[in-house]
Design a protein around this ligand. Structure first.
Ligand code: 5AD
Ligand code: SF4
Length: 460
């Protein structure tokens, strides 16, 4: 949609509330991954321009937006549950606008269920049309009828909108939208569409502006950042992007996620190792340690090639850490397959794991696979991984005792207690009487816990 058109709808909504002499309030709830968080930041920017302020309690809201996730059934159940609780608010205040957007509504069956069983939802808009929010919201307010737009396109959202994030020194920068990989369990390609890379110069100028405005941490986002530029028929564009961002003047760090083992190249690893502003951490989801299961998942790598990447990264960067997503109970996963996953976890020595029980998703290939493992077994496998991971993280954390680390403080935990992460993505807590929030601080690590380490500030 044309920006000027958007501007007109934005103005109309503003005018509508001005006439009423009302400053409307919005509540935006985000489910799911960082991609959704980034979308919500754009949505918040747009509704702020319409004159909305934000509230932390749904009860105070004139507009409620749920930005949803479809990756697992559990996430969808939560949304339906929370939506159910909004019914009484709508009865009390018929002018309240309830909107549901994101991956979940892009599924036709969900959009239908919302329309039929949650008739107090006013606006349903999918992942491809977030830029049209001003028009759609105006229609919902004006017509008082349910407005639905879950149409698809192959565009990328307007990069020049205002964004409102949680921090004014850390930013998410999407570099790709969608995904081309069609892992057999995954719904993302169906609800987010094909891979679309954001224009190189747009990414670069956005990062430059953020750094100019004092931002200290930039996180590049994509379902598979290593595929950046592949839709533009450009090779190694992710590495080049990292180099160009690293060359921007300023004291800041660059994070990126998610790396895909089939597309992360040795060249990428060399680049990451050389660039001082780029994190020494790879979120490199392996999903399973069994080659048989990896094949069934259509992941296009095997455990051997995965471990080669890990070993190469370790050889170039002694301080590198890895995190991963693991799915347990994929259809047909045997105890032997699962043992191979446990073995791989031990070999890599992840600093952090995100573990999920397989969830059957409509339209995906794996939904047709025969799944005979009972839920109890899956839950106990998940528990086994968590126990193993605790031991591994504790050991890694203990190895850090006595080392000096530089961290960006992004959390105030208590009166004099703060936390932040190292370039290798390790969580560090530190005490300080001075307010060090949003600053880079040098610390000496003194203690190790299961999920974090503690340090003391090094006085310069
Ligand atoms: N069931 C369980 N986990 C899933 N993921 C994606 N799809 C499913 C599914 N159907 C997990 C993968 C992915 C992460 C974002 O979510 O591990 O990397
Ligand atoms: Fe889903 Fe696979 Fe794409 Fe990740 S790479 S979003 S798991 S299809």
């Amino acid at each position: 949609m044309e920006n000027t058109e958007n501007f007109n709808w934005t103005y109309k909504i503003k005018e509508y509330f001005d006439k009423k002499g009302k400053i409307p309030k919005a509540f935006v709830q985000t489910y799911g991954c960082q991609g959704n968080v980034a979308d919500s930041e754009r949505i918040k920017g747009m509704i702020f321009d319409m004159g909305y302020l934000f509230c932390d309690d749904v009860k105070d809201a004139d507009l409620i937006i749920f930005n949803t996730c479809a990756v697992r059934e559990h996430a969808e159940d939560r949304v339906f549950g929370n939506l159910g609780r909004l019914k009484k608010l709508k009865i009390k205040n018929p002018d309240l606008i309830i909107a549901v957007c994101g991956c979940m509504v892009q599924r036709e069956s969900v959009a239908k269920r919302l329309k039929n069983n949650f008739n107090y939802v006013d606006l349903i808009f999918g992942t491809f049309v977030t830029d049209d929010l001003p028009k759609l919201l105006y229609q919902a307010i004006e017509t008082k009828k349910t407005v639905i737009d879950i149409s698809e396109n192959n565009l990328i959202p307007d990069e020049n909108v205002k964004r409102i994030g949680k921090f004014d020194f850390k930013a998410f920068v999407p570099i790709t939208y969608g995904c081309d990989n069609f892992c057999t369990y995954c719904i993302v390609p169906y609800v987010r569409g094909r891979l679309r890379s954001v224009e190189y110069q747009d990414v670069l100028s956005r990062v430059s502006n953020l750094v100019k405005n004092g931002y200290k941490e930039i996180t590049l986002l994509g379902q598979n950042v290593n595929a950046y530029g592949k839709d533009l028929q450009k090779e190694n564009l992710f590495s080049k992007l990292l180099e160009d961002i690293n060359n921007i003047d300023g004291d800041f760090i660059v994070r990126f996620m998610t790396s895909h083992p089939k597309d992360l190249s040795f060249h990428d690893i060399e680049t990451i190792s050389k660039l001082e502003k780029v994190e020494k951490h790879l979120h490199l989801p392996v999903q399973s340690g069994s080659d048989r299961i990896l094949k069934l998942m259509n992941r296009k790598y095997d455990s051997k090639s995965y471990l080669k990447l890990v070993d190469y990264a370790k050889s170039l960067m002694p301080q590198v850490t890895f995190s991963s997503d693991i799915i347990v109970g994929f259809p047909g996963e045997t105890r032997e397959d699962f043992d191979e996953t446990l073995n791989l976890i031990k070999q890599v020595g992840y600093s952090n794991l995100y573990t999920f029980i397989y969830s059957k998703r409509e339209k995906t290939k794996a939904a047709e696979f025969h799944d005979e493992t009972d839920r109890e077994t899956k839950v106990s496998r998940l528990e086994e991984i968590l126990q193993l991971q605790k031991q591994i993280t504790k050991k890694l954390n203990e190895n850090l005792i006595g080392t000096n680390q530089r961290i960006l403080i992004d959390e105030k935990r208590g009166e004099n207690s703060f936390a932040g992460k190292t370039l290798s993505n390790v969580l560090v807590t530190v005490n300080s009487k001075e307010d060090i929030f949003s600053k880079f601080i040098n610390v000496k690590i003194t203690d190790a816990n299961i999920s974090y380490v503690s340090g003391e500030i090094i006085k310069e």
